[in-house]
Design a protein around this ligand. Structure first.
Ligand code: HDD
Length: 700
């Protein structure tokens, strides 16, 4: 069930960006407006005027007695709160998690174990390095944080779209972030890893190698939040009703498959639509194309060594290939409602790795243990005090009966006289919970060891899984990695940093190292590749099978005189599959042909290839060679998108230098059902990968 929505949340009126659909000024109450008829102060005092300050005569000085002026400006002056120290840029949505019941043997946490149980959730996706106003499509890791409002209290799964992390011990977190954030003197570059300090750190601190190669892969530039995998990264411990334990790694698998932008698309989007991912999430939910993921677990026996097939489960720079431990589906997440207010929900939501419920525990992963401190601590500055669990978006959906009191922004009016235990004054309440209901009780485990700033020997292997990742990918994905390293190291100024970057690559793959060295114009160091072990094809995101196309967008280039009946036919076929069609024309407004009418949703001025997953030219589209239309088509071709044309639209393709016989180009005399089916098939494959040899290097 979608969460109940206040009137403010109703979808915007269907007015096109070009003004079509506008029916004149609204009459009556706008359902999206604030509730209440009369303007008041924050204290509820009705106001006749909020446009003029109180003055001694029209040209006179403003009077100190203008309470309204002072209150209004005072509040405005304090509207901003500190942005998150990392993951400042994000977008969120409400949804529902439904357990399949398949985890019943593993955990007593009802949220995962109880078949069919629906738990409300709020999810926030983010980039890591950029500020709140930075672009969505930069190369970076993405955050994937889920707050489960379970009946037994709140559980937060604070993950990323990459299964491993840069560091093995939380004590290094300030270092890696200081290196990745903009340089402290000039505060540039914004939201980028392509600069000296980042590469300085990751080439000196080589445990970052594995995460870095994932960032350089297509995972660093997702097509959409909806097409990202999510990972809990750490190993967690599940406890069942019989107090038996197992170790697990959490995986979110997107229904639409894992897909990425091309590098050129990512760069174009950062300029043409810096809100690219945020918009996609919002629009797809408004369009009813609800983003969906399956939650799965890799399950490992809880042995004293805490290893699986030789892989140290406490090392967050290591993953476990799915071929060794398949991901077992345990539930489904559907995001079905946008926030009502960005600040109140997306900005104020506070996640915490220590928010665990009965049946789910952490492990001794030193990165996780440090996080368990940081996520509480950071909210004190960000949300201004210790009572942030009382902010509406953070409120548990379980009864709260704690003994914390007072503090800044205390909203509860606590009753009783004895916020301590044991007590007799309040009849001894609250009473300790039964084991079956309670969390934060460890299944007894022995702890021993010499105190020291140390790490296990297995943490010294920094390269084998980076080599495994690279070796497991398709040659197209490998090429993208080589291009990304060449770009990023090429942006560094220090020669020694580039050389160290190559020395790291020499351990991952000889050919990769040689390619990057050639791109940098430096000699390749002597190869010393480590053994990658058995390959893991599950790591590939280019797959042979098609994925659903919900929310994918096809742009149709048209204009006065275009075949509107053909456009309508194509739209019907696409909408039946959950995709959308947008008409692109030289000017805004409508295209009319007798009774047929098409609303122009993008003009040659406002449209750009990046927002379309395929572009089709209609019969009768303009043939004046408008460079904007030509650019759009050429970009779509370069980015391996589905391209189509019917009737004399094919001439427009030819004039743009596009060979109608090229792979992934769909043409025909009319907009037939067969043509629509081919377009749908092309969208399902995400890109026409076999066109790759025809397009120039370093852009896709
Ligand atoms: Fe973190 C935010 C994910 C390591 C300290 N982190 C934050 C968010 C995500 C992650 C998704 C954004 C939450 C939101 O949307 O509000 N972080 C991770 C993952 C990590 C990781 C997957 C490694 C596996 N983080 C990590 C370490 C530390 C932190 C080692 C500190 C020792 N992270 C923070 C933080 C943030 C945060 C400073 C900033 C804002 C916030 O927590 O609420 O506490």
């Amino acid at each position: 069930m979608p969460p109940e929505r206040h009137a403010d949340q109703s979808a915007p009126a269907p007015v096109s960006p070009t003004g079509v659909g506008y029916e004149g000024p609204r009459t009556g109450r706008d359902p999206r407006g604030q509730a209440g008829d009369v303007l008041t102060t924050p204290n509820g005092v009705p106001l006749p005027d909020t446009d003029h300050s109180l003055k001694a005569g029209p040209r006179g000085p403003v009077l100190l007695e203008d309470f309204h002026l002072r209150e209004k400006i005072m509040h405005f002056d304090h509207e901003r709160i500190p942005e998150r120290v990392v993951h400042a840029r994000g977008a969120g949505a409400h949804g529902v998690f439904t357990a399949y019941g398949t985890a019943g043997k593993l955990t007593r946490a009802a949220v995962l174990a109880e078949k069919g149980l629906e738990t409300p959730v709020f999810v926030r996706f983010s980039t890591v390095l950029g500020s709140r106003g930075s672009a969505d499509t930069v190369r970076d890791t993405r955050g994937f944080a889920t707050k489960f409002y379970t009946k037994e209290g709140t559980w937060d799964l604070v993950g990323n779209n990459i299964p491993v992390f840069f560091i093995q011990d939380a004590i290094k977190f300030p270092d890696v972030i200081h290196a990745g954030k903009p340089h402290p003197d000039r505060e540039i570059p914004q939201a980028q890893s392509a600069h000296d300090t980042f590469w300085d750190f990751v080439t000196l601190h080589t445990e970052a190698t594995h995460h870095t190669i994932w960032n350089m892969s297509d995972r660093g530039i997702p097509r959409s939040f909806r097409t990202m995998e999510g990972f809990g990264v750490h190993t967690f411990r599940l406890v069942n009703a019989d107090r038996q334990t197992c170790l697990v790694k959490f995986h979110w698998k997107p229904k639409l498959g894992v897909h990425s932008l091309t590098w050129e698309e990512a760069q174009l989007a950062a300029g043409f639509d810096p809100d690219f991912h945020r918009r996609d999430l919002y629009d797809s939910i408004e369009n009813g194309a609800f983003p969906e993921w399956e939650l799965g677990v890799q399950v490992f026996p809880d042995t004293p060594e805490e290893t699986f097939e030789g892989i140290d489960l406490l090392d967050p720079t290591k993953m476990v290939p799915e071929e060794l431990a398949p991901v077992q589906p345990i539930g489904k997440l559907v995001l079905n409602a946008n926030p009502t207010n960005f600040f109140a929900e997306t900005e104020q939501v506070a996640f915490h790795t220590g928010h665990l419920v009965a049946g789910i525990e952490g492990t001794n992963d030193p990165l996780l243990q440090g996080r368990n401190f940081s996520y509480l601590d950071t909210q004190l500055t960000r949300l201004g005090g210790p009572n942030f669990t009382q902010i509406p978006i953070n409120r548990p959906h379980a009864p709260v009966n704690d003994m914390t009191r007072d503090g800044f922004h205390q909203h509860a009016v606590h009753t009783g006289q004895a916020p301590y235990t044991p007590n007799s004054v309040d009849d001894g309440s609250p009473f300790p919970a039964e084991w079956a209901d309670a969390a934060y009780i460890q299944v007894p485990r022995k702890v021993s060891g010499e105190v020291g700033r140390t790490a296990p020997a297995s943490f010294d292997d920094h390269y084998s899984q980076a080599a495994l990742f690279y070796a497991s990918l398709t040659s197209i994905e490998q090429q993208h990695i080589a291009d990304a390293y060449t770009f990023e190291l090429g942006k560094c100024y220090e020669q020694s940093i580039k050389e160290r970057g190559l020395a790291v690559l020499a351990k991952i793959d000889t050919d990769l190292c040689a390619q990057v060295a050639a791109g940098l114009g430096l000699p390749a160091p002597a190869p010393e590749p480590v053994e990658p072990g058995a390959l893991s094809p599950a790591l590939r995101q280019i797959k042979p099978e098609p994925f659903p196309i919900d929310g994918r967008i096809v742009g149709v280039v048209a204009g006065p005189g275009a075949d509107l009946k053909g456009i309508a036919k194509l739209r019907t076929a696409l909408e039946a599959e959950g995709a959308l069609l947008r008409v692109i024309a030289p000017h805004g407004g409508q295209l009319v042909d007798g009774k047929d009418v098409e609303i122009v949703e993008r003009t040659f001025a406002t449209g750009r290839s990046i927002e379309f997953d395929a572009i089709v030219v209609a019969d009768g589209a303009p043939k004046d060679g408008d460079f904007r239309a030509v650019t759009m088509l050429q970009e779509a071709f370069r980015h391996l998108k589905g391209i189509g044309a019917w009737g004399d639209g094919v001439e427009v393709l030819r004039a743009a230098g596009i060979d109608p016989e090229a792979p992934g180009v769909i043409t025909g005399p009319k907009a037939t059902a067969a043509m629509a089916a081919e377009t749908i098939a092309a969208l399902g494959m995400h890109r026409a990968w076999d066109r790759t040899p025809l397009v120039s290097n370093n852009v896709v």
